[in-house]
Design a binder for this molecule. Structure first.
Ligand SMILES: [Zn+2]
Length: 210
């Protein structure tokens, strides 16, 4: 996978493509207009939690993955036959394969400003000897130990209120042993938080890019 050519969508949506061409979609939710997905497809999709800006069945249908990996809470919310893809269960604390990808799922603390939810996941995504860290909606530092973790791509939410704000995101990035590229996400409600984060990162010498 070439880390410079992964595709970013609104909020926390991404498509990563392995060297052999397997496409994994992650959290392409309701902030992405369905027209933007015209001609876009995934081989498999991964969902972190039930909130609509991460889990939006209409967009999943449009992307037509063969397999959809989701937690029980998301699955239970789907009407029978709502999606034609195969539904695969994710359990926090496990590692599993999806095509060329290896995923480790962990529980993330979404903080106090949300409607209560049962399961909120983040993912360590490994592909072609690259490591990508996707914390989903993280408000308090949580999940796997990051102090010994070297990642090629670190995605971090910066939008405040439901997740880290810019400063908390910087503090979290600094907990990693190494993060080669840092990309802010989850700022559709407050686009200025992206710029604040990028400015803070510049001052700290953190290799962030939009
Ligand atoms: Zn959320």
């Amino acid at each position: 996978m070439d880390l410079k050519t992964f595709k970013k969508f609104e909020q926390s949506g991404f498509i990563f493509e392995s060297a052999s061409g397997f496409r994994l979609g992650v959290d392409i939710g309701n902030k992405t207009p369905i027209e933007n997905l015209e001609g876009v497809a995934c081989d498999a999709m991964l969902v972190s939690h039930i909130h609509g800006d991460h889990f939006f069945p209409e967009n999943i249908r449009k992307l037509s993955p063969k397999d959809l990996y989701l937690n029980d809470e998301c699955r239970a919310s789907l009407p029978e036959g709502a999606l034609s893809c195969e539904l695969k269960h994710i359990e926090a604390g496990t590692t599993f394969g999806i095509g060329d990808f290896k995923i480790t799922a962990f529980t993330v603390d979404h903080g106090p400003n949300i409607n209560p939810l049962k399961e909120n996941l983040g993912f360590l995504i490994e592909v072609d000897d690259k490591k990508i860290y996707f914390p989903g909606d993280m408000f308090y530092p949580s999940g796997i130990d990051t102090t010994a973790l070297e990642v090629d791509l670190l995605l971090v939410p910066v939008g405040t209120h439901y997740t880290f704000g810019p400063q908390e995101a910087i503090d979290f990035v600094k907990t990693f042993k190494e993060a080669r590229i840092v990309v802010p996400m989850h700022f559709e409600n407050k686009p200025e938080t992206r710029d604040e984060f990028l400015e803070l990162a510049r001052k700290e010498g953190i290799p962030a890019q939009n």
